[in-house]
Design a protein around this ligand. Structure first.
Ligand code: HEM
Length: 430
């Protein structure tokens, strides 16, 4: 392992981790400024750059004000809107292509959902994907160091689409990032309800530590509490195929490596894989081979090849990218739903084209390459037609065959013209 820290040193003081706006009140819910300045839902230019103060205003009431219409919109914590979700997904894609923020979006979604405790029934006390990570109270947990950057990136999209909850936006950004990085399509649903105030945030310490004394036991303790099993722990850890660890955030990783010193995006940090913006199974291959000092391996990553049960899956995913994609997609969808309260209860599906039973895609090659065997009666009929004109289906017709036909037609035309004129003249006297 390139850089080893104790669990204690993993917890940096909040002042060294994130720079939060001065006017932050931990008891304040975010006041979301809605923007209707854009006419096109797909243009990045419509995404306003926001000051961090709009994330943490010091208002003590939950209201949203429409800047153009000068009216106060009553608080809405429920139901995202399907059309807005689809448009927001397009905006997220633009953001991903310009900012290369895939990894931090995945971490954002995971850290909002990963606080879930299956032993607590009540919402939102049970934690999970409920948008609570937007509050400073939770953002300042040591495990969330650096996620303020992700929140700043998605806030303009939140401003633009008033009917999308933070909880949905975080999960939409994460799933879209996986897909855009070349990963599997995640069978997502939306409609997550947001918590409304910081006192609904979970207590610190629900997310895993990267360097605990007994990594495999620790992973089981944390992920079993979420209701996830060994297969899901290993599959989800494969998300580290994306991104980097930064010493100034988590305390893990090198300040830079040969793979990160030029970006893309902000340079620096230490990645788990060489191509850390491409979602594939290289995380498992690289950990197995331990091939490069410049690649990161956390103690919890190493545990995946040390623990006998985890190892079964890790070995499989190193060999079989399709198996990894399938298990990852399922585990990611499950993670994204943990603890969430949906409105409507069945959720909102926006990727209809990925649902089962959709019409088969037309593939031209499929229809043009296959040879179909002719029936015997059809073969006989074709042979008879060939033989009637002096040929055979087994050998090509002589090249002068068509020439002879053309000459014959020409001769017939001349004769009929000649005799036709004579006939006309015969009857011209009537
Ligand atoms: C298994 C327990 C896990 C531990 C101990 C762990 C720990 C860490 C640490 C220490 C970092 C570095 C953060 C930084 O310095 O900026 C990190 C980054 C990351 N984690 Fe995990 N993680 C775990 C599981 C997961 C899961 C389940 C996912 C997603 C499904 C995930 C996705 C990511 C991503 C994408 C990054 C890169 C973020 C970036 O480049 O900005 N991690 N993780």
């Amino acid at each position: 392992m390139a850089f080893s820290l104790s669990a204690a040193s993993h917890s940096l003081s909040s002042s060294t981790r994130v720079s939060l706006p001065s006017a932050v009140s931990s008891s304040s819910p975010p006041l979301v400024a809605l923007s209707s300045s854009s006419s096109s839902p797909h243009s990045l230019s419509s995404l306003r750059t926001i000051s961090s103060s709009s994330l943490f205003p010091h208002s003590s009431f939950v209201q949203r004000k429409h800047p153009n219409k000068s009216r106060v919109i009553s608080p809405k914590c429920a139901a995202s809107d399907a059309a807005q979700l689809k448009n927001a997904k397009e905006d997220i894609k633009v953001l991903l292509r310009t900012k290369f923020c895939h990894p931090i979006f995945v971490r954002l979604g995971w850290h909002d959902a990963g606080t879930y405790n299956k032993n607590i029934e009540e919402w939102p006390q049970r934690g999970g994907a409920n948008g609570s990570l937007r509050f400073e109270a939770e953002l300042k947990h040591a495990a969330n160091a650096g996620l303020i950057s992700a929140l700043k990136l998605v806030q303009p999209i939140k401003d633009k689409y008033s009917n999308i909850s933070y909880a949905d936006l975080f999960q939409l950004a994460s799933a879209t990032a996986i897909e855009e990085a070349g990963g599997p399509e995640i069978p997502m649903k939306y409609g997550r309800v947001d918590v409304l105030s910081p006192d609904q945030c979970p207590e610190e310490g629900r997310l895993p530590d990267a360097g605990p004394p007994s990594p495999a036991d620790h992973l089981r303790e944390v992920f079993y509490r979420m209701g996830l099993d060994d297969k899901e722990i290993v599959a989800l850890s494969g998300a580290h195929t994306l991104g980097r660890a930064r010493p100034e955030r988590s305390g893990w990783g090198k300040p830079e490596t040969k793979y990160t010193k030029t970006g893309p995006g902000e340079p620096g940090g230490q990645s788990w894989t060489v191509k850390w913006l491409k979602f594939d199974n290289s995380y498992f291959k690289d950990i197995k081979e331990k091939r490069d000092e410049d690649l990161l391996m956390l103690p919890t990553d190493a545990a995946l090849f040390e623990d006998p049960s985890f190892k079964n899956y890790a070995e499989k995913y190193a060999e079989d990218p399709a198996a990894f994609f399938k298990d990852y997609a399922e585990a990611h969808a499950k993670l994204s739903n943990l603890g969430a309260k949906f409105d409507p209860p069945e959720g909102i599906i926006i990727d209809n084209d990925t649902t089962q039973g959709s019409p088969e895609k037309f593939v031209a090659a499929k229809y043009s390459t296959g040879k179909k065997e002719l029936s015997d009666s059809m073969k006989k009929k074709i042979r008879a037609e060939y033989e009637a004109i002096g040929g055979s289906p087994d050998k090509p017709l002589p090249t002068n065959y068509f020439l002879n036909i053309i000459i014959a037609i020409g001769v017939l035309a001349l004769l009929s013209f000649f005799f036709g004129n004579n006939n006309n003249s015969d009857f011209s006297g009537f």
